[in-house]
Design a protein around this ligand. Structure first.
Ligand code: S3P
Length: 182
């Protein structure tokens, strides 16, 4: 695991009061790392996809398949705004595409959050995507997922912190790593 600040500078310390936003591609481990991070911080976490499911009564995948991605992004931004404004959670796990929407990055910046990119290699993400029951309509096959992964990296690199994820890393080690740079 390695980390660096954006622009290659030494990482900016996450302030104690700041909420931590976990972002990265589908299958990078956002949900499990956010849960573990909150446990280590003795706080709570919110998983944005779960929040959307609780609020809408439909999963992200169902909304995308029934209403289209554009409509899903509107629902997602409203959900993110709600969480940022009203939740006490110390850690927020985004969906894989949330951070790629400029308006969402602006919202997050307005709320003074620390942002951490879980940078997992594509093949690790793909193995996890293809081995879980979670329906991911935006990663229907290897080629489409790979193209989406490549096109998103520039956006992900705008996060304040980058944590490299390897196959052998556990949620515990990754959460500890995040806390050590905070
Ligand atoms: C998406 C990722 C999903 C979910 C939706 C769209 C994306 O979340 O929000 O299917 O655009 O990458 P996970 O990253 O938790 O799979």
């Amino acid at each position: 695991m390695k980390h660096r600040g954006k622009d290659g500078r030494a990482p900016t310390a996450v302030q104690m009061h700041q909420r931590i936003i976990i972002l990265g591609f589908m299958g990078s481990g956002k949900t499990t790392v956010a849960r573990e991070l909150a446990r280590q911080l003795e706080g709570t976490h919110v998983d944005l996809d779960s929040f959307i499911f609780d609020r809408e009564g439909r999963s992200a995948a169902e909304i995308i398949k029934e209403d289209g991605e554009h409509q899903f992004r509107e629902v997602e931004t409203l959900a993110l705004r709600d969480v940022l404004q009203n939740s006490e959670a110390r850690v927020i796990a985004l969906g894989g595409g949330t951070w790629t929407i400029p308006a969402n990055r602006t919202l997050i910046a307005l709320h003074d959050c620390a942002t951490v990119w879980l940078d997992a290699p594509f093949e690790l993400c793909w193995t996890r995507i293809s081995n879980t029951q979670t329906d991911r309509p935006l990663a229907p096959n290897h080629q489409t997922a790979r193209a989406r992964y490549d096109s998103r990296r520039a956006d992900y690199s705008l996060a304040q912190q980058r944590v490299e994820v390897n196959e052998s890393d556990t949620a515990e080690t990754l959460a500890s790593q995040i806390l050590s740079i905070t």
